[in-house]
Write a protein that binds this ligand. Structure first.
Ligand SMILES: [Zn+2]
Length: 1046
């Protein structure tokens, strides 16, 4: 999945719901069932070879995993074999603060004064020592008696006192189904005793009534004897259910439902036996969903103004269960045969090509799709009923098509061309041909994410897929980038899938890495390197916080599954892959390792270490590297290192520590990484072969250079995921070098210096005057990345000061920015330019200039808007200038005109820029209107609400309105966007990240803690609180210095 706007939608993260943890099963870490169970045939072999026989008494259903202690508990045997009396003793000991109690009864008898056995001490042969012991014992007994007298009555009763913080006994408490019967399963993860082999789904959506009926036939294999089948299903009303074993007769069964965990179950009086095949058939009715997941309804208004409805699916991560009953976990792969009925003026699409159409009654047709030729996870199933039109072409042996609503057909050809190049590239790069006969890319009018990689049927937001012939290269860059991401998933995610959501990064980190790598190769004119560099720098912002999480992290609740869709899984995942690739000797080890991984695990599920092992196994050169040893530290620990470098002559000392932004000085971290530190120096700094490499594995190490250096620049081209502090002298040398000739470093290196110095200032390792000293060289800078990075950092400070009513400083900062970039701003033209990189530079510069009320910028923008309106929309504004022109229009008297244009716009990317501009208004009434309209969803689609809120928050006029708005409408927001989802993460971040005062901190804390299960445990809330405290601290320590230095 691509959670839209990878460049802007910063995704956020929080501590787990500890209360729920104990309820949920994890992968049993001893019996590795989940992984090897991914492939049914493999399992059959294992079973036949008897490998699993060593566990015969363990029905996996009876295995309960207790995360904290990592003990395997077996119901019936119990964790504590103590009897009640022993427990009483232990609890009393705890009451008395005695920690020496040992669980061994023998020791307990000897050592415990609480033993109910009669004391052995009848001093039969008294000696001085025994006398002393006896006296001591007597004293203890008397003391104990007094204590016991004073203890509460409950202490030694059979039931005991209420126990606190005690590991709960292993007794499983089964929940009650909605019909009042006991539900046979108590964990979040499904039991491993049954595996689905194939599904046959028949769906009959009624787009007039917004309902559907379904029939799901699941053929299953019994892996272990069991008395129940447990699977997922939610909001499905079952009308008929039958079950049959082997070739036996189907008998009616009762479906039990446990709504809180979205599970359903069928219980049997006799055990199903291991090795049996059985078939569960379920008929049901349901409503089409009104949110953006499950089988949901979407609509659009066509050119004639008629409202058209359609139905589409979005199942990742946990919503396949809303459309059909299924084993809705990524490791339960199976085949799917899908049939869908629809009216004759509609069409149906699914993962596989259509094989036949049958005429039904009432003008209905039933389309049957080929059975999937591959085993796949439920979250990748997809179907659509709509009246779309396609354009197609053949690429190798695949029919590639792009679908849209009919009037946008002419906006589909760029995506088709880009996808065909990318599909070819991946077929060759992975050395595994795309396995299906067709691949459809479909633009859906209502779609929350950027896109979703359903196998063979990728769905997109219209803005992520559709560009017209007049669209700018910058707009094409976005489309190509999302297409590249989703097509890469057809291998990473679809062919080889993570076993569980804790390793989501195996899907998303890889697809993100591949999207940039493939575009660089296939569409070099799109200058995608700038975007990838920016993505890597942004990923560090969240990962520097204490609330961040390891790339591969424990996931135990649905909310935590949603939260995995964040910048750590996507952008940090991609960043550490780039770092690994850059540190491997030669060009081929990385690629060969990936090919080996894909081939070895094709059709299966994997864990993070499977990838590292595959990469380690490839031996191409003598400098073989143990990838597992290095990379497991990057995926199992949160955060990233700060490398401090100091040098004297030819001797360089490197030290690492955790780059942890925390307002709480007591928080310590002892994390260490294996860091592939690269460096260049003053005598050779630009070409790739100037780069030297040193792996820093310890806290500190020293290396010898061949000769004395004037300066060193570490992290060549910023391919490593770490920040560098050069010390006062080191920074000063680098500043001088840049001031002399800024082209002495690559543009990536200059960008990384700018990013790093701002990050260090946030860590309070450098002062603002030091930042200032580095930025001086920028008046000569002409490349995109260093300028956009500096603008982003300065704009962040500008907005913080603005929201703190520091008007004097705001004015001075404005002056400073305009003078630093003045000549570059004046050099920008307002007509079409070709280069994507130059377009990026121009749009960033002019948006800043106009936002800072630079007069000539405002005038130009107004003139262009007037021309555009006068031409009745026939005149195009260059794509990269649209945002700045619309912003100026919306912030002056033309807001209403822009709103009318928004209603009629036919280019989706242009329309989105208009909406962003409308949301940047400074008029309170317009602000309130657009926020409310975003939630009503009539004129502004609700899918755009995160964008609207984010933009409103940036402005001085709107940030407090937005904060009120989300507090008042929280329940409506989480109805549309699930708790923990990237949309909610983005909203929380937008509304809180510019607060920097104690009173706002208190408000945010009190509001989110009042939400309880409606969001108070989200990682993004923890992140918001940390960020406000850090903002507050930054202000406290920098305001005075800003006043002096600006
Ligand atoms: Zn993705």
């Amino acid at each position: 999945m691509d959670p839209f706007d990878s460049r802007n939608a910063e995704r956020v993260n929080l501590p787990r719901n500890m209360i729920e943890n104990s309820m949920f099963e994890e992968e049993p870490d001893v019996v590795d069932l989940a992984k090897d169970s991914t492939s049914f045939p493999l399992h059959l072999q294992i079973e036949m070879s008897g490998c699993l026989q060593s566990f015969p008494p363990l029905d996996p259903d009876d295995v309960v995993y207790e995360p904290r202690s990592s003990r395997l508990l077996v119901r019936g045997l119990g964790e504590n074999d103590m009897d009640d009396e022993e427990e009483d003793c232990e609890s009393s000991a705890r009451l008395l603060g005695m920690s020496f109690m040992n669980r061994s009864s023998a020791q307990r008898v000897a050592a415990s004064p609480f033993s109910r056995q009669s004391p052995s001490g009848s001093c039969s042969r008294p000696s001085a020592r025994t006398m002393v012991v006896c006296v001591l014992l007597l004293v203890i007994v008397v003391a104990m008696s007094m204590v016991l007298y004073l203890l509460p009555e409950c202490t030694f009763t059979k039931s005991g006192c209420p126990k606190q913080n005690k590991t709960s006994p292993p007794e499983t408490v089964y929940p009650i189904s909605s019909n009042g019967e006991v539900f046979p399963w108590a964990q979040l993860r499904l039991p491993q005793s049954i595996r689905p082999l194939s599904y046959s789904l028949t769906l009959n959506p009624d787009l007039d009534k917004m309902t559907f009926t379904g029939c799901t036939v699941i053929t299953m294999f019994v892996r272990h004897n069991t008395k129940h089948v447990v699977l997922h299903g939610v909001n499905l009303n079952f009308t008929k259910a039958t079950f049959k074993i082997g070739d036996g007769k189907a008998t009616a069964v009762t479906v039990l439902e446990y709504k809180p965990k979205q599970q359903i179950a069928v219980k049997f009086t006799e055990e199903l036996k291991a090795g049996q095949l059985c078939v569960l058939t379920l008929d049901y009715t349901a409503d089409l969903s009104h949110s953006y997941d499950g089988f949901y309804n979407s609509s659009y208004t066509d050119k004639e103004g008629t409202k058209k409805v359609l139905a589409a699916t979005q199942f990742e991560p946990l919503s396949a269960r809303k459309a059909f009953p299924c084993f809705d976990e990524p490791s339960f792969k199976a085949t799917f045969l899908i049939k869908i009925s629809h009216k004759s003026d509609y069409m149906a699409l699914s993962n596989m090509p259509k094989v036949k159409t049958i005429k039904l009654q009432n003008d209905l047709l039933l389309d049957e799709f080929e059975k999937t030729s591959v085993n796949m996870s439920t979250y990748l199933v997809a179907f659509i009923v709509a009246n779309f039109t396609p354009i197609s072409k053949n690429v190798s042996n695949t029919l590639l098509s792009v679908y849209s609503v009919p009037e946008k057909k002419e906006h589909t050809s760029y995506a088709l061309e880009a996808a065909s190049k990318l599909l070819d590239f991946y077929n060759n790069f992975f050395e595994i041909p795309y396995p299906l006969q067709k691949l459809d890319l479909v633009a859906i009018p209502d779609f929350l994410a950027g896109a979703m990689e359903n196998w063979g049927l990728i769905t997109f937001r219209e803005t992520s897929l559709l560009v017209g012939s007049l669209s700018s290269a910058l707009e094409k860059q976005l489309v190509a980038s999302v297409v590249a991401h989703e097509v890469a998933h057809q291998w990473f995610g679809n062919l080889v899938t993570m076993s569980w959501w804790n390793d989501l990064w195996l899907n998303e980190g890889f697809a993100t890495y591949m999207q940039y790598m493939s575009i660089q190769n296939v569409l070099p004119e799109l200058d995608i390197e700038n975007v990838f560099l920016d993505v890597r720098l942004r990923a560090m912002e969240k990962d520097a916080l204490n609330s961040s999480h390891a790339v591969s992290t424990e996931v135990n609740t649905p909310e935590q599954v949603e939260e995995m869709f964040d910048s750590v899984s996507y952008e940090k995942g991609a960043s550490i892959l780039l770092m690994l690739k850059a540190s491997l000797p030669g060009d081929q080890q990385f690629r060969k390792g990936i090919i080996q991984y894909l081939k070895q695990f094709s059709g299966l599920n994997t864990y993070t270490n499977d990838l590292w092992n595959s990469l380690t196994q490839v031996k191409l050169s003598t400098q073989h590297q143990n990838v597992t040893e290095m990379m497991s530290l990057w995926t199992s620990q949160k955060g990233f290192p700060l490398v401090t470098v100091s040098y004297k002559g030819d001797e360089v000392t490197l030290t690492q520590e955790h780059f942890l932004l925390t307002s709480d000085n007591a928080t310590q971290s002892s994390s260490l990484w294996h860091i592939p530190v690269s460096y260049v120096n003053d005598s050779c700094s630009l070409a790739a072969d100037c780069r030297q490499l040193f792996t820093l594995k310890t806290k500190s190490n020293t290396l010898k250079l061949p000769e004395k250096v004037k300066w060193l620049k570490l992290n060549y081209r910023n391919t490593g995921f770490y920040i560098v502090d050069y010390g006062k002298e080191g920074w000063s040398e680098l500043c001088d070098a840049l001031a002399n000739n800024y082209q002495v470093l690559t543009s990536e290196d200059r960008t990384s210096l700018i990013h790093n110095i701002f990050a260090l200032s946030r860590l309070r390792r450098v002062s603002f005057p030091q930042v200032h000293q580095l930025l001086k060289y920028l008046s000569n800078e002409t490349e995109t990345s260093p300028v956009t990075e500096a603008l982003l950092q300065l704009n962040t400070i500008y907005r913080l000061l603005d929201k703190r009513y520091e008007h004097g400083l705001v004015a001075r900062l404005k002056e400073y920015m305009l003078s630093l970039f003045g000549s570059l701003i004046r050099n920008q033209t307002w007509t079409e330019i070709e280069s994507v990189s130059k377009q990026e530079l121009r749009s960033a510069l002019l948006e800043t200039a106009c936002q800072l009320h630079e007069e000539s910028c405002i005038k130009q923008a107004k003139d262009i808007f007037k021309d555009y309106v006068d031409s009745n929309g026939t005149k195009r504004i260059p794509g990269d200038l649209q945002q700045v022109v619309f912003n100026v229009a919306a912030q002056s008297d033309d807001w209403a005109t822009l709103l009318t244009l928004y209603g009629n716009a036919s280019y989706d990317s242009e329309k989105r820029k208009m909406l962003k501009a409308l949301s940047s208004t400074k008029d309170p009434q317009q602000i309130v209107w657009i926020l409310q309209e975003g939630i009503r969803g009539h004129i502004v689609q609700t899918q755009e609400l995160p964008l609207v809120i984010g933009t409103v928050c940036n402005g001085f006029a709107g940030f407090l309105f937005a904060w009120d708005f989300i507090q008042e409408n929280w329940d409506r927001l989480i109805e549309k966007f699930p708790v923990g989802s990237f949309a909610i993460q983005r909203i929380v971040k937008s509304v809180t990240s510019q607060f920097s005062t104690k009173s706002h901190l208190d408000q945010v804390q009190s509001f989110f803690s009042s939400l309880k299960e409606r969001g108070s445990n989200m990682r993004s809330v923890q992140e918001a609180l940390e960020t406000i405290k850090l903002n507050q601290r930054w202000m406290d320590s920098n305001l005075a210095s800003l006043r002096k230095s600006l």
